[in-house]
Design a binder for this molecule. Structure first.
Ligand SMILES: [Zn+2]
Length: 247
């Protein structure tokens, strides 16, 4: 791009400023996921920017999953969740451009979850460890119907460990690998085939974490994901050496 093209960047700058202002307001007002943001008309007046800049700013946040935009009458922007799924999705573009492979993703995933399990078991608040692991210590008393709820229930256990690890930077970044893997496997196959094995593994890991046995939690997690990785390997349509797809 030549210097003469710099003017093309002006609308983007305004859009970025709008995006940052919207984020600052979400934080200042303490808005939660699912809360609505002001209508386009209100925001246009409030921010004094062009409709184009406002829409681009909202789109920037939408791409990163920080808001969702309901189209059509009665629609509008809604606050999204700060979760590893969105961060993972954004990361896949970088992994793809770097030529990173599924083999590397699996390796990172096992390492990350073992680290989180170790840290969760090392959480000094024993009462909290027991409370967070309690739902996973017994077999579920209900059948989860449908793929979506099942994937969510499974991810719930790994998310509980990430939270117990007690570091939001680590929790958010290390949880992304599992989110990406889950997405790919959910697309190519039905992971409910794995269900009994996973529930059994989770129960043992949950007990080790509740008891504060960090080495055991780590090695059980390594074994648990080793099994899942073998399963994914056999079912992933792409080769382990192929670059991670941009989700
Ligand atoms: Zn698991």
């Amino acid at each position: 791009m030549s210097r003469g093209d710099v003017s093309l960047l002006r609308p983007l700058k305004a859009a970025e400023t709008v995006a940052r202002t919207i984020v600052a307001e979400i934080q200042a007002k303490g808005l939660a996921p699912g809360d609505g943001l002001p209508s386009e008309a209100v925001m246009l007046e409030q921010y004094g920017v062009s409709r184009e800049s406002l829409r681009e700013g909202l789109r920037l946040l939408e791409v990163q999953g920080m808001i969702t935009i309901r189209r059509g009458p009665g629609g509008g922007p809604i606050v999204g969740a700060v979760d590893a799924a969105h961060l993972g999705r954004v990361s896949t573009l970088f992994y793809n451009m770097a030529g990173a492979t599924y083999g590397e993703l699996f390796e990172a995933w096992v390492w990350a979850e073992a680290e989180l399990a170790d840290r969760a078991a090392s959480n000094p608040d024993a009462e909290l460890r027991v409370r967070r692991m309690e739902p996973f210590l017994s077999a579920p008393d209900h059948d989860v119907d449908g793929l979506g709820p099942y994937v969510e229930e499974h991810a719930g256990f790994h998310h509980a460990l990430a939270e117990l690890a007690g570091n939001r930077v680590l929790a958010l970044s290390l949880e992304t690998y599992g989110q990406i893997v889950t997405h790919h496997v959910a697309v190519v196959d039905d992971p409910r085939n794995l269900r009994d094995v996973l529930t059994h593994d989770h129960r043992n890991i949950a007990a080790a974490v509740a008891e504060g046995r960090r080495r055991r939690a780590r090695s059980l997690m390594e074994a648990h994901l080793g099994g899942v990785v073998d399963y994914c390997r056999s079912r992933l349509s792409a080769s382990l050496d192929s670059p991670i797809e941009w989700l």
